[in-house]
Design a protein around this ligand. Structure first.
Ligand code: PLP
Length: 410
C-alpha cells in the first residue's frame, strides 16, 4: 500500500523487525514513540557491523581498526552537521542524550557565565530534564528561574514571555515540541525576542527531530539538543549543537582523556572543539548508529514523514473525538503527531494496563512533565504518540481497545 504521500508503508514497516510480533497474543501496536522509537534494520546492522568488524578505540590508535572506527564516527558527525545545517562540524558534540546535553550547558554556564540575580527563562511546558538542571544552577549561583505560563489549550502565553524578558535574562531554554501535549512552540519568535534582549537560547529538540527538519542556522539558535533513541537510532547517544564562538568560550563539562591537549600536574590545557566536550571513550557504536538513523530518515524524506504523521494525527483526533467522554489534554493549533487524553474518570494507568493486554503500547502518567499535570489538576494522561511506521488500521485498533476499556471500567 502506497499512501497518499508517496511512500510505501508496508515496505517501511518491514524495515522494523520489532513491529512484526505479537504481544499478549495480538499484533503489536506501538504508540509509545515519544518515549522511544523503534529501530530500522540498518541501525541494528550498524551495531553488529561495528562490533564484528571495526571495534576499536577512537582518535588514539595508529592501527588499522582504530582508524576505521575513528573515520566512521567522524563521518557520522558530518552527517549530523549536514542534517542540522550547522556551519561547522566542530559545532556538533556527541552526548549521552538530551538530558546530558542540557546538563552540559547548565554546568558550563555555572562556571562563571551566570551570577546571582541573573535570570533564566524556561516554560510551563518543559520535560523535567529542562527544569531540574536550571533549578540546580540557580541554587548554585543565586540566579532566578522564571517560567513562561501556559494557556488552557497547551500553548505558551507569549505576551507573558515578552514581559519576562529583560536585561537580566541570560538564557531562554524551551522545548521545540512538548512531549506531554505535542504543542509545537513558535521557536522563531521566541529566539528573535530573546536575542533582542541579548539572551542566549537553548532549544530542547528531543521531540522535534523525529518529525521535522531543523535548520540551526535558519533558526539562529545558540544551542540545540536531541537524543538518538527518539530518532530511530541507538540509546545512550545524543547531540548538542552549539554556535562555535559560544562553545569555544564555554568551560568543559567533564575532565578526562580525549578532551585535553596536554596534561601535567601543574597545568592542563584543553583540546579544541568538538573534543573539549567529549571526555572519555565515547559510545562509539551509537555515535556511528545515529548517522545511519539520519540516513534512514532522509531516505524516506523528513517532509514525507511529517506529512504522513499529520494524516495520522488528524485521523486519530477525529476517531477519538467520537467518544462522548473524551477529554483531549492539549489542543494547540500546531501539534506534532501525539495525542494526550483522558476518558471520563478512568485512571490512565488502568486504561494502559487493559490496552497492553490487547497488544497496544501507550504511555500513561505524567510523562516527566508534572507541572503540566498540575496545571490541568490531573494525575496524568493516556498518550498515544505516532511515528511514520504507524497506520490508520492501528489507530482503529486503539479505538476498539478504548471501547473495551470503557466497557470494563465505566
Ligand atoms: N526533553 C523532551 C521534550 C523529552 O521528550 C525527553 C524524553 O522524553 C527528554 C527531554 C529527555 O530525553 P533523554 O531521556 O533521551 O535524555
Amino acid at each position: 500500500m502506497t499512501n497518499s504521500k508517496g511512500f510505501n508503508i508496508q515496505e517501511i514497516r518491514k524495515q522494523f523487525p520489532i513491529l512484526n510480533q505479537k504481544v499478549n497474543g495480538r499484533d503489536l501496536v506501538y504508540f509509545d514513540n515519544a518515549a522511544t522509537s523503534q529501530k530500522p534494520q540498518v541501525v541494528i546492522d550498524s551495531a553488529t557491523h561495528y562490533y564484528s568488524t571495526i571495534n576499536s578505540n577512537v582518535h588514539r590508535g595508529v592501527h588499522h581498526l582504530s582508524q576505521l572506527a575513528t573515520d566512521a564516527m567522524e563521518a557520522s558527525r558530518d552527517k549530523v552537521q549536514r542534517h542540522l545545517n550547522a556551519a561547522k562540524r566542530e559545532e556538533i558534540i556527541f552526548t549521552k542524550g538530551t538530558t546530558d546535553g542540557i546538563n552540559l550547558i547548565a554546568s558550563g554556564m555555572g562556571k562563571g557565565w551566570i551570577k546571582a540575580g541573573d535570570e533564566i527563562i524556561i516554560s510551563a511546558l518543559e520535560h523535567h530534564s529542562n527544569i531540574v538542571p536550571w533549578q540546580m544552577l540557580c541554587e548554585q549561583t543565586g540566579a532566578i528561574l522564571k517560567v513562561i505560563p501556559m494557556l488552557e489549550n497547551g500553548e505558551l502565553d507569549l505576551d507573558q514571555y515578552s514581559a519576562l524578558l529583560n536585561s537580566k535574562t541570560k538564557l531562554v531554554s524551551i522545548n521545540h515540541i512538548s512531549n506531554a501535549l505535542g504543542t509545537i512552540n513558535p521557536v522563531h519568535k521566541i529566539i528573535e525576542e530573546a536575542h533582542k534582549a541579548q539572551a542566549l537560547v537553548l532549544l530542547d529538540g528531543a521531540q522535534a527531530l523525529p518529525h521535522m527538519r531543523v535548520d540551526v542556522q535558519e533558526l539562529d539558535v545558540d544551542f540545540y539538543v536531541f537524543s538518538g533513541h527518539k530518532i530511530f537510532g541507538p540509546t545512550g547517544i545524543g547531540i548538542l549543537y552549539g554556535k562555535e564562538d559560544l562553545l569555544d568560550k564555554l568551560p568543559p563539562y567533564q575532565g578526562g582523556g580525549e578532551m585535553i591537549k596536554s596534561v601535567s600536574f601543574e597545568k592542563t590545557t584543553y583540546a579544541g572543539l568538538p573534543h573539549k566536550f567529549e571526555a572519555g571513550t565515547p559510545n562509539i557504536e551509537a555515535c556511528i548508529g545515529i548517522g545511519h538513523a539520519l540516513d534512514f530518515m532522509n531516505s524516506i524524506g523528513v517532509e514525507n514523514i511529517g506529512n504522513y504523521e499529520q494524516e495520522l494525527l488528524n485521523y486519530a483526533s477525529q476517531k477519538l473525538s467520537q467518544f462522548e467522554k473524551m477529554r483531549f489534554i492539549g489542543t494547540a493549533k500546531n501539534k506534532a503527531s501525539l495525542i494526550s487524553f483522558l476518558l471520563g474518570d478512568i485512571h490512565p494507568y488502568d486504561a494502559g494496563v487493559i490496552l497492553d493486554k490487547l497488544g497496544i503500547a501507550v504511555r500513561t502518567g505524567h510523562h516527566c512533565a508534572q507541572p503540566i499535570m498540575d496545571f490541568y489538576s490531573i494525575p496524568g494522561t493516556i498518550r498515544a504518540s505516532f511515528a511514520f511506521y504507524n497506520t490508520k488500521e492501528e489507530i482503529d485498533q486503539l479505538v476498539k481497545g478504548l471501547k473495551k476499556v470503557e466497557m470494563m471500567l465505566s
